[in-house]
Design a protein around this ligand. Structure first.
Ligand SMILES: Cc1cc2nc3c(=O)[nH]c(=O)nc-3n(C[C@H](O)[C@H](O)[C@H](O)COP(=O)(O)OP(=O)(O)OC[C@H]3O[C@@H](n4cnc5c(N)ncnc54)[C@H](O)[C@@H]3O)c2cc1C
Length: 428
């Protein structure tokens, strides 16, 4: 086993590219199972990231990581639900997560803080984390990815190598392996652009809604208002990329003009002071056509991303990271089930993702009333219509809906050799 300048030994069970929520959750849980894991992260944490409003689905992997008390102690703003100016009715409506169970809240966070907490936990559980390490390319032998080449910022050595039984791409929208090994299907109905900034000295929503995310739809787009802490609100405007270009305005001009057209958000910001510059992202809803191949697998935004309307990104990334930790642990023990186990992971992940995506697509139709959206949620979460459709809606937007095989992924039948032949041969 060779050793390089940073003490990274040359052979690992799993190499993870990227130490964001997906990569950190996956690697921590694999290490907890006794696997030797290397995380190569391009940045030095804490680093800025968008994605500040979390849904209760995120709490499950945090329980597995033993992080619930840490998050509680950290004092992140508790998010109890959402307030929506959305659809055909004029009156705002909302929901509380407690209606959809089993978690009554999640958090609003500064991602720099949250992501550091998860990556630190991975370190604590034995993961070898190398920051400021940018993966440049993969190493392939006989059609299989067997490692990566990476460069450390400021290092005198140009490129270093690490080898692992499996290599995971958790590099977010950089899609280090995804770019090379897969085709990306962009969701043409969600080719959007977001522009956002931060305000201090904002008002809060009234009463029980004070910590809700505010989502305010306008004819041309929608705003989020996320109270990240007592002082600061994250405010973003999302619209179709084509509409933004057609407006002839800069994104900042568009933001300010549309803010003037808002109702409740404008009120909350009337005495506020913008405390940061603008940031933007565009064209971000997509799905890779393959989630895995020989020696490699994708997780988190590296695999797929759906529009941020329901703040599902971090929950999906960490839930998938958790599921993949179980899958890879089984694959390392029983290499013969690699294809079947990764197919199972990919199918479960894709179907969970598709449920959210389908629902977000329906929700974008703002000619409807709230009962329509509840009904759409029910067809996904509870097709035999056993529950109150409003509850089904909350369950879905909590990230806990559908058949979710991803939450309870198992491989015992594959190991015992009882898998359906069709499953073994299925494409990813
Ligand atoms: C406008 C917008 C608003 C959003 N709002 C929300 C929200 O409110 N709530 C929510 O849950 N989600 C939201 N999201 C989504 C959320 O940000 C992502 O889904 C989430 O960060 C995915 O986590 P990840 O670990 O897959 O990727 P990331 O968090 O992006 O982490 C990937 C990591 O890989 C590293 N990396 C990249 N390339 C390399 C390389 N070559 N070598 C080594 N490391 C590398 C990066 O530095 C990064 O740290 C939003 C997204 C957008 C675009």
């Amino acid at each position: 086993m060779s050793s390089n300048l940073n003490g990274a030994t040359g052979e690992y069970d799993v190499i993870v590219i990227g130490g964001g929520p997906a990569g950190a959750t996956l690697s921590a849980l694999l290490s907890q199972r006794g696997r030797r894991v290397l995380v190569l992260e391009r940045e030095r944490f804490p680093r800025y990231h968008i994605g500040e409003s979390l849904i209760p689905g995120f709490m499950r992997p945090m329980e597995e990581l033993g992080l619930v008390e840490t998050l509680e102690r950290r004092g992140f703003e508790k998010k109890q639900g959402g307030t929506l100016h959305w659809g055909a009715q004029r009156i705002p409506w909302g929901f509380s997560f407690i209606e959809g169970g089993p978690y009554s809240y999640s958090y609003h966070v500064r991602r720099a803080d949250l992501d550091s907490i998860i990556l630190d936990r991975a370190r604590e559980l034995g993961v070898h984390v190398v920051e400021e390490a940018t993966v440049k390319e993969t190493i392939e032998e006989d059609g299989r990815i067997v490692g990566v080449k990476y460069a450390i910022r400021g290092s005198e050595v140009d490129v270093q190598e690490a080898r692992g039984t499996m290599v995971v791409d958790a590099s977010g929208q950089a899609r280090v392996i995804g770019r090379k090994m897969t085709n990306v299907n962009w969701h043409d109905d969600m080719r959007n652009v977001a522009v956002w900034t931060y305000f201090d000295n904002t008002e809060r929503l009234p009463g029980d809604e004070a910590s809700n995310i505010l989502i305010e739809g306008l004819p041309g787009g929608w705003f989020w208002g996320i109270p990240i802490d007592t002082k600061t609100m994250s405010v973003g405007y999302v619209t179709a990329t084509a509409a933004a270009s057609a407006s002839g305005e800069s994104l900042e001009e568009l933001f300010h003009r549309q803010l003037g057209n808002s109702t409740q958000l404008k009120d909350l910001l009337k005495d506020a002071r913008q405390s940061a510059g603008f940031r933007s992202a565009r064209d971000w809803s997509y799905e890779c056509d393959k989630f895995y191949g020989p020696g490699w697998v994708l997780v988190g935004d590296a695999a797929a991303f759906v529009d941020p309307l329901f703040s599902t990104g971090v929950a999906l990334a960490t839930l998938a990271g958790s599921a993949l930790s179980k899958i890879l642990d089984a694959v390392l023990e029983h290499p013969e089930i690699e294809e079947a186990a990764l197919t199972r992971y990919a199918d479960a992940y894709r179907s969970f993702f598709d449920e959210i995506r389908t629902f977000v697509g329906k929700f974008y139709d703002r000619t409807k009333v709230k009962e329509f959206y509840w009904d759409q949620a029910q067809t996904i979460v509870d097709p035999s219509r056993q529950n109150d459709p409003r509850k089904d809606f909350v369950t879905l937007v909590s990230g806990l809906g559908g058949k979710h095989p991803l939450f309870n992924i198992k491989t015992d039948d594959l190991i015992a050799g009882t898998a359906e032949p069709a499953l073994l041969n299925a494409a990813s």
